[in-house]
Design a protein around this ligand. Structure first.
Ligand code: GDP
Length: 265
């Protein structure tokens, strides 16, 4: 029942307005709720329980400009319309992640995916593996969406922003290091999954195991390490940008993230 309810809420949120929607995903504690609240500042606050998705309608803050409206000026109705988007916060808890992946299976209004990670925690093995597994699965959903597309043109591209959050903490790694660490950890996740599939396949003996293995393999084939650039092949760009939400008295710095959202609008 909860899964149906959540799927329903997701669909409703996006289809009710038709606005471009950005899906907020990532491990618990990364700062998704904090980022949603930051985006929502100035609008009516919504209550949020961590198990339910939260959808808010937001405006791209100035001086950021929607890419589609570079030649229009503020005040122009088309410009103002282009600034509107929806941020859909998803539960990061392991058992609840299927809601996020289900939305990816039918992402009608999804314009982009924002994967939030805690750049100060990514140095810990468990946090890194946790983030890498989740991001691997998100990217694999996007890859499958592309490879199973019925049209030759393929579905509309869904870009991914890895928002390396909590840059205000001195233990935070810079975005470039977050990128390298995630790519390496995703390589390990992918290799582990492939080995598990092979072992499982061997146990079952025979069948179309090789075909399945290929479908489950993220990025380019071959022995090389996974690289976010591999995702371009399937129409997805992955950008890693640092920032922080800003809590209490400290100023947030989300300019890189707003900039990225603006590029997609
Ligand atoms: P979620 O589980 O991804 O929704 O994460 P939350 O938004 O609940 O944030 C988890 C914790 O990280 C909370 O205690 C936040 O106050 C804290 N937090 C979120 N963003 C930042 C940030 O940019 N800097 C710092 N220092 N703490 C943050």
């Amino acid at each position: 029942v909860p899964i149906l309810l959540h799927t329903f809420l997701y669909r409703k949120a996006a289809s009710a307005t038709g606005l471009p929607t950005f899906l907020l995903v990532g491990p618990s504690g990364a700062g998704k709720t904090a980022l949603t609240m930051l985006t929502e500042r100035g609008t009516v606050p919504t209550t949020h329980t961590s198990i339910a998705p939260l959808s808010i309608e937001a405006l791209l803050p100035s001086p950021h400009v929607p890419a589609s409206s570079h030649y229009r000026s503020p005040g122009d109705p088309a410009y103002e319309r282009a600034r509107r988007f929806i941020l859909l916060d998803t539960p990061g808890h392991g058992k609840l992640r299927s809601y996020a992946t289900q939305t990816l299976a039918d992402p009608k209004h999804v314009r982009g995916i924002i994967f939030v990670v805690d750049a100060a925690a990514i140095d810990e093995d468990q946090a890194l593996v946790d983030a890498a597994e989740y991001l691997h699965d998100v990217l694999l959903s996007l890859q499958k969406r592309h490879t199973t597309a019925k049209t030759s043109k393929g579905p509309a591209a869904i870009p991914v922003l890895v928002a390396a959050n909590k840059m205000d903490l001195f233990t935070a790694l810079p975005a470039s290091a977050v990128k390298t660490k995630l790519e390496r950890a995703i390589t390990a996740v992918r290799d582990g999954r492939a080995k598990a599939l092979r072992d499982g396949g061997a146990a079952l003996s025979g069948g179309d195991d090789e075909v399945d293995e290929e479908k489950e393999w993220l990025g380019e084939g071959g022995e090389g390490a996974f690289d976010f650039d591999h995702m371009r092949e399937v129409g997805t760009t992955v950008d890693v940008r640092g920032g922080c939400v800003g809590l209490g008295r400290s100023e947030g710095d989300a300019a890189g993230w707003w900039g990225w959202i603006g590029e997609q609008l």
